[in-house]
Design a protein around this ligand. Sequence first.
Ligand code: SF4
Length: 326
Amino acid sequence: MSRIFSGIQPSGELHIGNYLGAVKNWVALQHRHESIFCIVTYHAITIPSTAQELRDRTAGMAVSLLAAGIDPERAALFVQSDVPEHTELAWIFNTLTPLGELERQTQFKEKSQRQESVAAGLLNYPVLQAADILLYRADLVPVGEDQVQHLELSRVIARRWNATYAGGEEFFPEPQPTLTPTRRIMGLDGQAKMSKSLGNTVGLLEPPDAIWAKLRPAVTDPARQRRTDPGTPEICNIFHLHRAFSPPPVVEEVAVRCRTAGWGCIDCKKVLHENMVTELTPIQERAAALKADPRRVVDALASGAERCRTLARATMKVVRERMGLA
Ligand code: SF4
C-alpha cells in the first residue's frame, strides 16, 4: 500500500476553504493509503505568535480534523514538533540545497515581497517540507496547484541525497503529487482565495444562522443586477460552492435557473445554505463531543506521534549512518 503524507497549518478551526481544498480529500484517501497527516507547528513559527496562541490553534485544528472525519485508527495524525527529527532532516537537506533554488520558489518571492525583513525560515520553508515528506519516505503527497513547485523541490532533494549518500540507490523515493480534486475555494468577497487573514471565510463549526449571515451578502455574478437579469454560473463563487456541497442534479438546476433568471441569487443561496448545513451538522456534532472530552484529542495526537516517531527514527538511523553522523 502506498504511503501518503500531508500537512496543514495550526490555524485553529478549519474553514470551508481548507476543508474542501484539502481535508475532505484526506478523509477519502485514508481509506485507500497508509496516511500520515501533520499539523505543521515548525512551519507555523515562521510567523510569530505567543506560545498560548500556538497551543490553542494547534488544539483547535486537531479538533477540526478529527471532527471532519480523520480517523486516528486509520491515519496517523500528529503535531510536527512532537517529532523533532523533522528539523534534523531539514538541516541536513539545507546542506544540499543551493540558495538560488530557494530564492526561485514562487511562494517565497510572493511572501518576501510583503515583508521588510525576511526570516531565513521563510526561505528554507520548502526544505522543511521536503524533510516532512521524505522523513516518512512517502510515495504520494496530496497537493493543490500552488504546492506543485515545492513538491518538485522535494524530488530534487531526494535525488540529490540518494546520489550523494546512497550511491544512487533510491533510499528516499521521489514523492509524486496527487492533485486535490476540488479547485481552490475563493472567499465570500469573490476577490481572493478563502483565508482567515482576509476575513472572507466560513468556519466549519459556525452555526447555521452565522453561515447565512455571511452567505446572504456574498458576491455573485455582477451581471445579475435585477431578478430578471440572466447570469453566468461559472463566474460565480456561489455556484462553485454548490459544486462542493450540493448533489449533482441540484448543481445542474442551479446552472439552468441562473442562466434563465429562473430564480434570484437569494433563492440560490438558500438552497446552498441548506446543503451546507446538511454536510456540516454531523461534523459540528462530532466537534462538540470532542470538545466535551478533550482526552480523546490528546490520545489521538499521542498515538499518531508515537507511530511517526518510530518511522522517523528508522529513517534517521540510515541517514546518520550513510552520512557518517553515527
Ligand atoms: S443565481 Fe446563483 S449561481 Fe447565479 S449569480 Fe446568483 S448566486 Fe450565482
